[in-house]
Design a protein around this ligand. Structure first.
Ligand code: ADP
Ligand code: MG
Ligand code: ZN
Length: 623
């Protein structure tokens, strides 16, 4: 909702109670004018040498005795003509100097006063130096304005947080749809902000910080504002990049300022958007260590440790690149709560569409469910974009209301935009992808312990060319060894199908292979599911944050490492053979599935079961 952002920007103040900064510093336009006047003056003084004469004219005048006096300069000769009338000012002239050895003799002969001259008059020098000084001052002033918020050097260290009073935020949880789990997790924080005393009197421990993690456009920023809106507390919002400055120490003092501001406003929320700009793992700077950023990050860590959340300040942050964050930020007592804001599912998309359609006049027959079904992979921002595009299209066509055809076209446009960002498939790629996904689906169907297929699609999403979704969609926490093996099998299905049909393999299975290998490795190293290595866990301590990131160094010998590798390879190889046999047996089904995919791009579960001629997959779900 671009409108809201506009409104927020207007309402916000840098520092309540302070003069607007514009009045305290000379505006660049004023300076420019001054410069112009100075320039003209300088030009006038430098060039007021009178009329320009040809050298020959000068010589003629000399011989005719019309010249009063002459100044011989480096490159020009200036002088005065004799007055024709006593009252008049002498007429000045200038002429270029040429090599004329006779000139001095002639001047002597005519008894004309002459002298040398060094460059410019003192006044011209004065103006020139004044001008240089002026330009310097102006550049400095512009630099200050660009670097700092205020007009003076003292304001550098002030945080550039945008401050919203408690009644300024009109965003509530009703404006955020489709991410109910994240909302639920934030409820506790809202409760606390509403009544901090209630919690503290019981001695309960309050989370200091909540980190919203998720892909761009899923509504993290929106959610943070909604928390402030729901709790009715002030909201201090700042982007992580605002801390990263040219001058060492500025960022750190901004952090200090931010926290002291927050403390005076408590209960309130500090929100650091795009935390990764500031919180990049230390020593990761590409340009040879960024001391300034490190200092700023350290200051943030110090401030987070130093203050007591019982005062009623909650720090929220958002990032879409959690993997590059400095681990220190995620320790207990800092951003100890991570909330995952994922892409919405079909129901979520429907709800988000409904939120954004509230302000749009819809024609009969516009069905959000259908639109939601057509927009897999879209995030909240994309969906808001669809509604907006549709409204624009309808307006351009002079319609009274937005109808389904506008919506359809809007989806196509947004998809085209997204495709540009990722890539568009060629026909050959599409064919390979169809077989690849069909391979996943078939493997999952005929492996006894694999999760049944929910949907197969070859519509590209992000970098993935296709996707096969399984039921149930939520992650399961307890899985048996045979289930894990069959999951590896389903992942290998795509690659094996490519091999069987095209007698060639592509790099498209990289992600599958990586994930399959990960599972195999975890079975061996962590779950104690390998017969040769037995009941041992070789992982000591891995960060529970976003599974898969931040493993510690392995705690085992090289010998064991070798054994682990052998075991992982054995699991992969055996599963590979098993799945290859299955797919070979069902080549006809593989072809049939791929053909339907090429035609329709998506196969939903019912149709999938029909093609397989099998009704057991729904029964499997029950068990
Ligand atoms: P992020 O911070 O995760 O990149 P934003 O919060 O900036 O995403 O979302 C951009 C816009 O997309 C929001 O202003 C809102 O209009 C829309 N949007 C995103 N997610 C949702 C959602 N879950 N519900 C409603 N609108 C959403
Ligand atoms: Mg954002
Ligand atoms: Zn795959």
């Amino acid at each position: 909702m671009a409108n809201d952002q506009e409104k927020d920007r207007k309402n916000s103040q840098e520092e309540p109670g302070k003069k607007p900064k514009e009045s305290s510093s000379p505006s660049p336009i004023w300076l420019l004018l001054l410069l112009l006047v100075g320039g003209i003056a300088a030009y006038y003084f430098l060039h007021f040498e009178g009329e320009t004469m040809l050298y020959s004219e000068f010589k003629t005048a000399l011989r005719q005795g019309k010249i009063q006096r002459v100044f011989i300069g480096e490159s020009a000769i200036t002088g005065e003509l004799k007055r024709t009338n006593e009252k008049k000012e002498p007429i000045r002239f200038t002429t270029p100097k040429i090599n004329d050895p006779q000139l001095l003799q002639e001047l002597e002969a005519q008894q004309i006063q002459y002298s040398g001259k060094d460059g410019h008059s003192w006044i011209a020098n004065f103006v020139t130096w004044g001008l240089i000084l002026l330009i310097g001052v102006m550049i400095l002033l512009l630099l200050f304005r660009w670097v700092g918020p205020g007009s003076s050097v003292m304001a550098f260290g002030k945080s550039r947080a945008r401050f919203y009073e408690e009644d300024e935020i009109k965003i509530s949880f009703n404006d955020v749809a489709g991410i109910d789990e994240a909302k639920e997790e934030l409820m506790e924080i809202i409760e606390f902000l509403k009544k901090p005393e209630k919690f503290t009197s019981l001695g309960g421990k309050i989370p200091k910080g909540a980190l919203l993690v998720g892909p761009p456009g899923t509504g993290k920023t929106l959610l943070a504002k909604a928390v402030a809106g729901e709790a009715g507390v002030p909201f201090l919002s700042i982007s992580g990049s605002a801390f990263v400055e040219l001058f060492v120490g500025v960022g750190a003092s901004r952090v200090r300022d931010l926290f002291s501001q927050a403390e005076s406003k408590a209960p309130c929320i500090i929100f650091i958007d795009e935390l990764d700009a500031l919180g990049k793992s230390r020593g990761m700077g590409a340009m040879g260590g960024h001391d300034e950023r490190e200092q700023t990050l350290n200051q943030l860590l110090v401030e987070m440790d130093g203050f007591d959340s019982r005062h009623g300040v909650i720090i929220m942050a958002a990032t879409n690149r959690p993997e590059i964050l400095d681990q220190a930020l995620l320790r207990p007592g800092r951003f100890d709560r991570q909330i995952f804001v994922d892409r919405p599912d079909i129901l979520g998309r429907e709800q988000i569409l409904e939120v954004h359609a509230k302000d749009v006049k819809l024609a009969e027959g516009v069905d959000m469910k259908t639109i939601a079904a057509r927009t897999p992979g879209f995030v909240g921002a994309d969906l808001a974009n669809v509604i907006n595009e549709a409204a624009l299209l309808a307006a351009r066509r002079d319609k009274q209301a937005v109808d389904m055809s506008d919506m359809e076209e809007a989806i196509d446009r947004v998809v085209a935009g997204l495709e540009k960002k990722s890539r568009v498939m060629t026909k050959k790629e599409k064919e390979i992808t169809a077989y690849h996904e069909a391979g996943h689906a078939l493997a999952a169907t005929f492996l006894p312990n694999a999760t049944p297929v929910h949907k197969v699609s070859i519509i590209p999403r992000g970098f993935a060319l296709g996707i096969t979704m399984f039921l149930p969609t939520e992650e399961r926490y307890v899985m048996t060894k045979s289930e894990l093996l069959d999951r590896i099998g389903s992942m290998l299905g795509g690659r094996i199908a490519e091999e069987l049909i095209f007698q060639e393999i592509t790099n498209g299975a990289r992600d599958d292979l990586m994930r399959a290998t990960d599972i195999a490795r975890m079975m061996v190293k962590e779950y104690g599911m390998s017969d040769t290595l037995g009941l041992v866990t070789f992982e000591s301590n891995y960060s529970s944050f976003l599974e898969g990131y931040g493993y510690n160094d392995a705690q085992h010998s090289d010998q064991t490492a070798y054994q682990i590798d052998v075991e992982v390879k054995r699991i992969m190889d055996e599963t590979y053979v098993r799945v290859r046999v299955i797919l070979q047996e069902h080549l006809d089904l593989l072809n049939a599935l791929a053909q339907v995919l090429l035609e329709k791009e998506v196969i939903e579960r019912e149709e999938f079961d029909q093609i397989i001629g099998k009704t057991t997959s729904s029964a499997l779900l029950e068990t």
